[in-house]
Unconditional design. Structure first.
Length: 298
């Protein structure tokens, strides 16, 4: 009976979930080779356009790349895997420089010892041991971002051979049907800020065409024919009465007192004219509208 209940729960989970994937690939040509005089004999470092060096102290400083993707807000990542891999030997034999500790910019003294993972450099296996991994799974400005690390260079320290890898990979995620549309609504945004955030996300993800589709639920306010309209995605909410706070969701907030408010009004007007909605709130207004135990006289 217990096995039957477990199976039924598993089937319910599978039927109530939507599975999706994003595919990608990387092909590198001949990397750049730079010789350095580190340690007791010359070492070399490898790089290619768009790469960055690995950072595990004492291990080979190989190049890798990162790629970020936007996925639905209420999705969870189930994994990333290689679907196709081919290797080709890079001509020559190389002693890849090991990663060294960062050099401080202050006067703190560091050990002059050359850091080297002896057991790794004596091994005949390929390094690193994995070709893809998830480096980040979190949120940026309300958007769900997943960053994948891709390692297209394999090094065999004992033989000093370098292999270049062509990699096809797949990022997989799942969205439960019961959670669709139930993501937390972000605070109100001005139309300008919402557009600016969307363009920012598009600037660095590999699937910019899906940014609008996977945008977080947010209440975007904009003035239409003199009336403030709330929009959540493509849905318009019933028009509301106007006030300064309803008409403009500020990107720039100035807090001062009543005596200095006229002086800062010019700054607020200039910011708003430049396309950055700005308002002024005085400390007197804040104290009258919001209770607090640390208010003067209490």
């Amino acid at each position: 009976m217990k096995k039957l209940c477990l199976l039924a729960g598993l089937l319910y989970y599978i039927s109530g979930s939507a599975f999706a994937q994003i595919t990608g690939s990387i092909r590198i040509e001949e990397p750049e080779v730079e010789v350095s005089e580190s340690g007791y004999e010359p070492y070399v470092s490898l790089s290619f356009p768009g790469s960055q060096p690995m950072a595990e102290i004492g291990c080979p400083q190989l190049p890798y790349v990162t790629r970020s993707y936007v996925i639905p807000v209420d999705a969870w990542v189930t994994g990333v895997q290689v679907v196709h891999l081919s290797k080709r030997l890079f001509p020559g034999y190389y002693r890849i420089v090991p990663v060294q500790p960062p050099v401080p910019t202050n006067n703190v003294e560091m050990s002059p010892d050359f850091q080297l993972n002896d057991s790794l450099y004596a091994s005949s296996g390929g390094y690193p041991g994995e070709r893809v991994r998830i480096l980040y799974d979190g949120y940026d400005q309300g958007y769900h971002i997943v960053t994948v690390g891709i390692y297209p260079v394999e090094y065999r320290p004992a033989s000093r051979e370098v292999y270049l890898c062509d990699i096809d990979y797949m990022l997989e995620y799942s969205v439960a049907a019961a959670r669709n549309g139930s993501a937390t609504v972000l605070p109100k945004q001005s139309r300008q800020r919402a557009d600016r955030v969307r363009n920012y996300i598009r600037s660095y993800v590999r699937n910019p065409e899906q940014v609008s589709e996977f945008a977080p639920a947010a209440e975007v306010r904009e003035a239409v024919n003199g009336v403030t309209i709330c929009r959540e995605g493509n849905r318009s909410v019933t028009p509301m009465s106007l006030s300064v706070m309803e008409e403009v969701v500020p990107d720039y907030l100035i807090i001062t007192n009543e005596a200095l408010k006229p002086a800062f009004q010019k700054l607020a007007d200039w910011k708003t004219a430049k396309g950055v909605p700005a308002i002024i709130k005085t400390t007197e207004e804040i104290m009258n509208e919001y209770p607090g135990s640390d208010l003067p006289g209490l």
